[in-house]
Design a protein around this ligand. Sequence first.
Ligand SMILES: [Mg+2]
Ligand SMILES: [Zn+2]
Length: 186
Amino acid sequence: MASGKANRGLVILDRDGVINRDSAEFVKTPAEWVPIPGSIEAIASLGKAGYTVTVASNQSGLGRGLFDRRALRAMHRKLRRLASAAGGRVDRIVVCPHGPDNGCACRKPRPGLLRRLGRHYGVDLADIPVIGDSLRDLEAAASVGARPILVRTGNGRKTEKTLHDTFADIEIYDDLAAAASTLVKE
Ligand SMILES: [Mg+2]
Ligand SMILES: [Zn+2]
């Protein structure tokens, strides 16, 4: 932890559609990994406010053979480099490489990725902000008692229209920048 900063705990971000633009053809290379305006600055502002910024991301493109671990690492190096240039930091990134039919425990809406972060940091996930653009992000968050937050980037607008009663009064923001500006003021 940086000195003099209150430790405000984890914030867990989905990646595609929250930090960077999503693509129906998958995001497979650093060139295709394009940040959503304001998202990098939002990560930096969360860090400056004392949050540890982490990422939990379904990456079934790995299991489908659309890109490999090396390409994934290169994309995440780009993310980390941009965050660091903005004065921020991305801490642990966890991914599920499996497809929807794999039956794994980590692919969101299952809670495996979030639990892995909780174990890594030795923290309870209760009320930890989990920011996503898809219903499965919200479901994964709810299943571990975390605090689901929807953003309208990526699939977010579509997701907002299909929210069922469970998420009727969920927090919704236009983008990660707006969500972060609320979190840093709390
Ligand atoms: Mg997403
Ligand atoms: Zn998995």
